[in-house]
Design a protein around this ligand. Structure first.
Ligand code: SF4
Length: 273
């Protein structure tokens, strides 16, 4: 999965426009049940009017609502934006806090929003699970929890090193939107599941190489001198001492007899032991 994602999205960009932790927090708060494109449309004006928590906290609900009215759940989001800005000013000196616990005390900020901010703004490894990531994790059998997103997050984090979380989170989202939508997905044309269903295309070169190696091995085997009878042993051992153990198992008694009775055989034994 990671190989396919790396090939499709080598440098996945953060899809929400922002300039600092505060504007990222606002953009993520606006993003629920709305496309990133819509969020980016409204944040252009919102951030021009309110680039800081203090400026946003001073705006009225109707002013914010008039700017963000095209996004889903606009009235609630306008309320959360203003309340969050006020709390940032009152409790955190106008800065966005840097811990999951503190972030989740802000109005409208849940685990997913806090994780995106921790990862996107502060570079702290986090694997926020949204609806796309949850769907992909279930379809790819990376997790089996259909209802508990924290369990899904735990399962995903166990599969990769922390340094990969931020990038994978974005790659999952891009892949989910482009290929693995909730409906009408096309397994036969999908870069991940078509490979998993039918590994022949990618493993064909490996299979060909294996077959070639096997064939060469058989050839080599055929060319090796095989003892025709116990009497051939001394000569064969001289030519190929490495065969002693195998031959001595086959003709143990004869080798011992030769060792007892002849100088040539003793020479062979000392050369090959
Ligand atoms: S076939 Fe593709 S789109 Fe469908 S579940 Fe598999 S990865 Fe997702």
């Amino acid at each position: 999965v990671q190989q396919v994602l790396d090939r499709l999205y080598p440098e996945p960009p953060m899809p929400l426009n922002h300039t600092d932790p505060f504007t990222l927090l606002c953009a993520v708060l606006l993003s629920a049940q709305t496309t990133d494109g819509k969020v980016n449309e409204v944040t252009t004006e919102l951030f021009a009017r309110a680039p800081t928590p203090r400026a946003l906290a001073a705006m009225s609900h109707s002013d914010v609502l008039s700017i963000i009215r095209t996004v889903g759940l606009a009235p609630t989001k306008a309320r959360h934006l203003i309340a969050t800005a006020q709390q940032l000013c009152e409790r955190f000196g106008g800065a966005v806090p840097r811990t999951m616990e503190e972030l989740q005390t802000l109005p409208g900020v849940g685990r997913k929003t806090a994780s995106v901010v921790m990862s996107g703004a502060f570079g702290v490894p986090a694997f926020p699970v949204d609806t796309h990531i949850h769907r992909l994790a279930l379809r790819w059998r990376l997790s089996r929890s259909e209802t508990n997103v924290e369990r899904v997050e735990h399962d995903l984090r166990a599969l990769w090193p922390p340094a990969a979380y931020g990038r994978l989170h974005l790659q999952f989202i891009y892949f989910g939107r482009e290929y693995c939508q909730a409906r009408n997905h096309m397994p036969s044309r999908c870069p991940v599941c078509s490979w998993a269903d039918n590994p022949l295309p990618t493993s064909a070169p490996i299979a060909a190489a294996r077959s070639k190696a096997h064939h060469a091995q058989q050839q080599q085997q055929r060319q090796r001198p095989q003892p025709a009878s116990p009497d051939d042993i001394p000569q064969l051992l001289l030519e190929s001492p490495r065969k002693l153990s195998k031959t001595s198992v086959l003709y143990g008694e004869r080798v011992a007899e030769l060792a007892r009775g002849g100088a040539a055989a003793r020479l062979i034994m000392s050369a090959t032991v």
